[in-house]
Design a protein around this ligand. Sequence first.
Ligand SMILES: C[S@@+](CC[C@H](N)C(=O)[O-])C[C@H]1O[C@@H](n2cnc3c(N)ncnc32)[C@H](O)[C@@H]1O
Length: 261
Amino acid sequence: MSGLLQNDRFPRSSKYERDWIFELQMGPNSLWLMEWLCGDMKLEPGMRVLDMGCGMAMSSIFLAREYGVQVWANDLWIQPTDNWERIEERGVGDRVFPIHAEANALPYADGFFDAIVSVDAYHYFGLDESYLDRFARYVRPGGQIGIAVPGRTVEIGDDEAPEHLRDWLKGQVGAFEMWQSAAFWRSHFGKCEIVTVELADTLEGGWREWVSFGEMTLAAGQVRPEGFEELARKEVDSIREDAGRTMGFVRAIVRRKLSSS
Ligand SMILES: C[S@@+](CC[C@H](N)C(=O)[O-])C[C@H]1O[C@@H](n2cnc3c(N)ncnc32)[C@H](O)[C@@H]1O
């Protein structure tokens, strides 16, 4: 159907309008990443879910509509009143709650959430080794935490970005250091004693999705933030040239141990 942003890999995301996605995107398509992540998480209707770093709440609305869960749409840069308007507009005001809170000062009770998800955000606040020790307490014992982020597809050091990515990365200071591999996240999360790591992997051919979404936003004149078209063009060209040798999308899912207190 025209008007929808369709991709056979992501049937749930394909039900949403292209213009709505372009308007609310803040990076690679968060619906695709959320659908990929949730494919290996157990979300059941009525569950309390934290969408951490939800941006403009697009993924939070998606979670409520697609999985019937209640969502706490937590973000820092985006104002909750703006997200509330978007949430009400999509008819999910009874189960998506916009919250403005910094990752190190979250206002939630220990064990409150049945699950926590985070798309294209965890690397901004969760690279400190002790962060998951604190963050995992917000999910109930036995509950899952899943993240999906841009990341490296190979084990190379922070200062080993290949030549073909360097010009683009010059305009993205500190980004490559944050974009870690699935093996990194497995080891990073493995250090937290109150969780077990269930999965850490790379989206097969994810670079193609990165390029295709980037090309679409460029063609539609919908690059975010506005005024960053040149950088967005460099990004798409660099990721295309890289062809998955270095960059893609990674995810990791952990479960809080039943015995953790
Ligand atoms: C690249 S945006 C992604 C937003 C959304 N998940 C998406 O994919 O469209 C990263 C988000 O992480 C959030 N974030 C970054 N640092 C944060 C922090 N210290 N505490 C809470 N949220 C944070 C920002 O508010 C921002 O909306």
